[in-house]
Design a protein around this ligand. Structure first.
Ligand code: 4NP
Length: 156
């Protein structure tokens, strides 16, 4: 069975679409398309229909990641059933997702992205880059590359 992974942040325009793009690149490099699939969503509906943030896309493009996803809001009625792993970027994302869980099965699908890191083990969240500068967007990508490597290893 294909593992279905959903990355979740607040707006679905910075961190989770980047996580999706990094993971899709790793899936492609490792020819794992038949084993896993991923998507992303936001806990808020603030940016529904938007492309990822221009700054995030610019920094991601420098590392050859294409951010093509369109922002959508997490839908508890569909997404808890459609995905095996639902991975929040920070503690507040997980608080918000937990509040939407319908049962124990839903709760067991919820994970924290930084728990998959091996090199950035001093971070307990992927910091929200929205109100910061260039270095915040680079840090997001550094942490996500580390976490996606760990996630890939765990799933294989
Ligand atoms: P994201 O970043 O959750 O990584 O997509 C944010 C995007 C937008 C806002 C906050 C964080 N906002 O306040 O609109």
């Amino acid at each position: 069975m294909k593992k279905k992974i959903l990355f979740v942040c607040l707006g679905n325009i910075c961190r989770s679409p980047s996580a999706e793009a990094v993971m899709k690149e790793y899936i492609s490099i490792n020819q794992l398309e038949s084993a896993m699939v991923c998507d992303s969503a936001g806990t808020s509906g603030w940016h529904i229909g938007d492309l990822a943030d221009n700054r995030m896309r610019k920094h991601a493009a420098k590392r050859n990641y294409k951010l093509e996803s369109i922002a959508r809001q997490f839908d508890p009625e569909k997404d808890f059933d459609a995905f095996d792993l639902i991975i929040g970027m920070d503690a507040q994302n997980l608080i918000d997702l937990r509040a939407l869980a319908r049962n124990k099965t839903d709760l067991q699908k919820l994970k924290l992205m930084t728990n998959y890191c091996t090199r950035h083990s001093n971070y307990d969240s992927v910091p929200d880059p929205y109100y910061g500068g260039d270095e915040g967007f680079e840090l997001v990508l550094d942490i996500l590359e580390d976490a996606c490597e760990g996630l890939l290893k765990e799933l294989q």
